[in-house]
Design a protein around this ligand. Sequence first.
Ligand code: DC
Length: 219
Amino acid sequence: MKTINIAIDGPAGAGKSTIAKMVSAEMGYIYVDTGAMYRAVALYLTENNIPDEEAEKHVDEVEVSLKFVDGTQRVYLGDRDVSDLIRTPEISMAASRTSAIPAVRARLFDLQQKLARENNIIMDGRDIGTVVLPYADVKIFLTASAEERAKRRYKELSEKPDCPSYEEILKDIIQRDYNDMNRETAPLKQAEDAVLVDTTELTLEQSAARIAEIIKERV
Ligand code: DC
């Protein structure tokens, strides 16, 4: 039976994962966060002191898998749940570099396509509509200004100890946007047939409602 595949791409911090989670819960689809897979590979390389130049030789030994517990994705390295360990600023920056390595992308690509063949999914990332699921039923490109994304991230982190400054967060976002958009393999870009949603002026609820509406119109 053909599964339904929804692709959501866009830059870091545009709200993809929060919104995709809300919409997938509403529609009963599985939400797949592909960024977590790149982060898990980056964590593996970091923990094993493997420099990016050597990553290709080690890519086959990295066992990334996803489990879905009550609809929530958990990411595993072997049998270790690393879902929380991958959320540090260091791993964010490392994942941005790791994801430029073609051998890493090839490995995760197979895993992502298999998930899409077997489940009704909303999958978010950078190259889902362009490379991983070119025949997705619906493609959305979700974005917001870099300043607005930094502001949201700052607000989210400001309660925590060692919160970086707004300026540091903005600088990181601009750097990651640059890396994601300018790498040679599968750079971040809007697919020709994707619907653009700019959330700079929208609340989370408004953004989720807009996306649910786009999906329902097409599926
Ligand atoms: O969405 P995120 O910030 O968790 O993603 C982590 C990194 O992985 C980010 O720098 C972009 C990269 N990535 C990618 O290249 N392709 C994807 N499909 C998803 C993420």
